[in-house]
Design a protein around this ligand. Structure first.
Ligand SMILES: [Fe+2]
Length: 451
């Protein structure tokens, strides 16, 4: 993952990017990614999860234009006016107490982008969406989409067959599940009480179910309310508790099934789908939340995430798991047209190991084989985005990966043919600066595939 230890150096609207190689003729649309844009502000260094967000976009249509802007939410602008931190652990004690009592937070918008009904939003899991402009990435303001009273998480999933995007939020001790249809109003599908105030990052949706894995990463409320310096200490892994597998049928969302299993954590799911009465879920399994302290490095003392297949039968209340791959990786993706239905391929960001530099890996769930493209030495990678070609073949598409060349001190968007990605990028679209790490992103296609 690109270096986190620097701020975005220059913000700008769309401007031409230098193109090395040839942009595919059928790749047309805009990539949006977000991540921590200011890891140092007012002379204070920030945990990347707490840092103000930067949006990076690459518009592709035979040529390429790139833009970078900070997420300038109302709270961000208030801090700019006051010239000091008001909303995170670096804020003065009285302000932190005030924030805790009034539940005031700043939405940094540093985690993911949502595209819904023609609008773009920067998301952070504790806040409400921050709308921004398609034309120049300017922040347009916080938007509760009409009904969000608590938070709106940063891992929405769109199920193509249902023409609906799903997301969840936390409101007090309740988890709310939102359905955002391509046409029509957002609605709350269901609300349910979590077993404890939990750190839930991602969830999963199939054609028929919503699934949560609620693990024993408990939020220590008094620490969070006081806004203590070390943000990672707001959470405690309680090994005496299990992970709660919650299965919610879309056609009867009040009838939940819960299965409790030995504790483990999932930060990111690849996909899930039904197979008879069973639900198959592929995801990276973490032993606990230790990675929180070093989100972009995997030191030897931190347990490595492993790609797992979980099988849940809500009727029989059974749960099994198996390892799919020993590739040390995270940020799994599938072809977005396969979200909620049976997939074969999982692409992921693999980390440096004793054999290879970091890069992209692919796991074939049928053959069990994997292949990879290790980036050149000193090239720092990020999550890949899969852009389907206009046919139904799962593996046919383009892979886009924003990479920082630490020697040149510039970033480029690498474009790979997904079928032959191990041969390296067919095009590199160069920014004139190093873009700080981005966590997640989306591709919004032009034309008939645009939702
Ligand atoms: Fe994430």
């Amino acid at each position: 993952m690109p270096s986190l230890n620097h701020n975005i150096k220059r913000t700008h609207s769309f401007e031409n990017l230098y193109v090395e190689g040839k942009i595919p003729e059928d790749l047309k649309g805009t990539l949006y990614r977000v991540g921590p844009g200011l890891v140092e502000r007012f002379g204070q260094s920030k945990h990347p999860f707490m840092a103000d967000g930067a949006i990076t976009a690459v518009r592709i249509n035979e040529s390429a234009q790139g833009a970078c802007k900070l997420v300038e939410s109302e709270a961000f602008l208030e801090e700019e006016r006051m010239g000091k931190t008001l909303y995170d652990p670096d804020a003065p004690l009285l302000r932190r107490l005030y924030n805790g009592v009034t539940r005031s937070i700043k939405n940094t918008g540093n985690t993911q982008v949502l595209h819904w009904q023609g609008e773009l939003y920067a998301l952070m899991e504790q806040g409400k969406p921050v709308r921004f402009s398609e034309s120049d990435l300017a922040t347009l303001g916080t938007d509760n989409l009409g009904i969000i009273e608590g938070s709106f998480s940063a891992h929405p999933h769109r199920v193509e067959q249902l023409k609906t995007t799903f997301n969840f939020g936390i409101n007090g001790n309740m988890i709310e599940v939102f359905a955002l249809p391509d046409n029509g109003n957002i609605k709350i599908l269901t609300r349910f009480k979590a077993p404890w105030i939990a750190l839930i990052h991602d969830f999963m949706v199939t054609k028929k179910h919503v699934l949560f894995f609620i693990d024993p990463a408990k939020v220590i409320i008094w620490r969070a309310m006081l806004g203590l310096k070390d943000f990672t200490k707001y959470f405690q892994w309680d090994q005496t508790e299990g992970t709660h597998i919650i299965v919610i049928p879309l056609n009867d969302p009040e009838s939940r099934t819960q299965i409790t299993v030995d504790p483990f954590r999932v930060w990111h799911f690849a996909n899930a789908y039904e197979q008879g009465d069973e639900i198959i879920i592929d995801a990276f399994r973490h032993k606990n939340i230790d990675v929180l302290t070093k989100p972009t490095q995997l030191d030897n003392d931190i347990p490595k995430p492993e790609l797992y297949r979980f099988t849940v039968n809500p009727k029989k209340k059974t749960f099994t798991d198996e390892t799919l791959s020993d590739v040390i990786a995270e940020f799994p993706i599938v072809n977005p047209n396969f979200i909620g239905k049976q997939h074969r391929y999982i692409w992921m960001q693999h980390y440096q190991d004793k054999n290879d530099n970091e890069g992209i890996a692919l796991h074939d769930t049928i053959t069990g084989h994997s292949k990879r493209w290790p980036a050149p030495e000193g090239h720092l990678c990020s999550e890949a985005i899969f852009v389907p070609k206009p046919n139904n073949k799962e593996e046919n598409g383009w892979l886009l990966q924003l990479i920082q060349d630490s020697k040149k001190e510039k970033s480029y968007l690498a474009v790979f043919d997904a079928v032959h990605f191990e041969d390296g990028p067919v095009a590199k679209l160069w920014f004139d600066q190093p873009i700080p790490a981005t966590f997640h992103g989306i591709f919004v296609p032009e034309g008939p595939y645009r939702t």
